[in-house]
Design a protein around this ligand. Structure first.
Ligand code: S3P
Length: 176
């Protein structure tokens, strides 16, 4: 049985932080952001961790953080980094930590939102469009497999998205 947290997963730019903030008000849950927690624990920005220690070190830090969240946190909205569900052990942790909601946005929407972004190491350099398309296709099956509920966000209002998540979460809690 999972704990009483809502875990938001999804591609970079899918709206996890923005929806997370609003959802934390709706449910009166505390908002946690795994990228921000890792930055605080390591005392450096995600881009510095990637540049200085490599992606593998960052992925290790993500798994360690999930171990901590599983022990410690309840009644939180947890907005995760876009790569969090990719390791099989992480997907298992996420399920134990809470109800896992996939926020899905199309590559077109993602590109529009991230066109001027310089904070995501995986999308730096040439041909952002190809990078987003390739990563999105690779990751979608894993995201879907890790999720209890998939919310398609393109062309939906914040209200519609929040309502969908809240309804799913309250029903799931009720079933237990
Ligand atoms: C990543 C997504 C980022 C951050 C890091 C790696 C990914 O988080 O964790 O740059 O692998 O998709 P956001 O999804 O919040 O951008």
């Amino acid at each position: 049985m999972s704990k009483q947290n809502v875990v938001l997963i999804g591609f970079m730019g899918s709206g996890k932080s923005t929806i997370g903030k609003k959802l934390s008000r709706v449910l009166n849950y505390r908002l946690l952001d795994t990228d921000a927690m890792i930055e605080e624990r390591q005392g450096k920005k995600i881009s510095e961790i990637f540049a200085q220690d490599g992606e593998a070190a960052f992925r290790e830090a993500e798994t360690e953080l999930l171990e901590y969240l599983l022990q410690k946190e309840e009644h939180c909205i947890i907005a995760t980094g876009g790569g969090m569900p990719l390791r099989p052990e992480n997907a298992e942790y996420l399920h134990k930590i809470g109800t896992v909601i996939l926020l899905d946005a199309s590559p077109k929407t993602i590109l529009e939102r991230l066109k001027d972004d310089t904070t995501r190491p995986l999308l730096m350099g040439d041909n952002k469009e190809e990078k987003v398309n390739t990563l999105y296709q690779e990751r979608l099956p894993k995201y879907t497999a890790a999720a209890d509920c998939v919310v398609h966000t393109d062309d939906k209002s914040f209200y519609g998205i929040l309502n969908e998540i809240e309804t799913f979460y309250r029903n799931k809690k009720h079933e237990k």
